[in-house]
Design a protein around this ligand. Structure first.
Ligand code: ATP
Ligand code: MG
Length: 173
């Protein structure tokens, strides 16, 4: 765990993952690297490496959150030129999601992390190292009932293998 990058995230179950995979194959104009199917996720808070900070504190932070379930409606895609990613996102951030992210950030600050100051923009990366695309709207948004959040780590990617590993899961009420 010590030398891995850690992050809290939402991980889609089979049904949502398959709908996302369909979006990956929808648009032939996209030139970029697809995520491995098992790697599709929505980051909540990025932690980075532990660097002496305590895994127990992270676990306690997640444990002490009393988050509520919510539903995401992923309805549009977009492109960020700096990280060169094509993403899919909901039109707005449901309040329970914003509370979950804020709650985690607050607790993680007490663990010695310096969470992102920029406004949280929920998104699922579809393509990495991608060329600019014309964003598209989904005629049928992907409905994602969110029932848990996870702590995940980045592994050194091998070709055709997943780059992330789910370390632990916490249910939402
Ligand atoms: P790589 O960096 O090796 O290309 P990656 O970006 O997918 O791969 P990580 O950098 O470990 O892997 O990031 C894990 C997750 O956290 C990804 O969803 C990534 O977009 C997100 N992330 C990474 N850095 C930040 C950051 N500074 N702020 C917010 N989210 C981040
Ligand atoms: Mg990265």
């Amino acid at each position: 765990m010590a030398d891995q990058r850690l992050f809290f995230a939402l991980w889609p179950e089979t049904e949502v993952r398959e709908a996302l995979l369909q979006q990956l194959s929808t648009d032939p104009q996209v030139k970029g690297r697809r995520h491995h199917p098992d790697d599709l996720h929505m980051t909540l808070v990025f932690l980075g490496q532990l660097q002496g900070r305590k895994p127990a504190c992270i676990e306690q932070a997640a444990e002490s959150i009393s988050g509520q379930r919510f539903e995401l409606s992923l309805d549009h895609t977009g492109y960020w030129p700096r990280p060169k990613i094509v993403w899919i996102a909901p039109q707005s951030t449901p309040t329970p999601l914003a509370l979950l992210v804020d709650g985690l950030k607050q607790r993680l600050t007490a663990c010695g992390f310096e969470p992102e100051q920029r406004t949280y923009k929920p998104h699922v990366t579809l393509f990495r190292k991608a060329q600019r695309i014309s964003p598209w709207q989904l005629t049928q948004p992907i409905q994602w009932p969110v029932k848990e959040f996870v702590l995940a780590s980045s592994n050194n990617p091998q070709p055709n293998q997943s780059r992330y590993k789910i370390l632990q899961r916490w249910p939402l009420a």
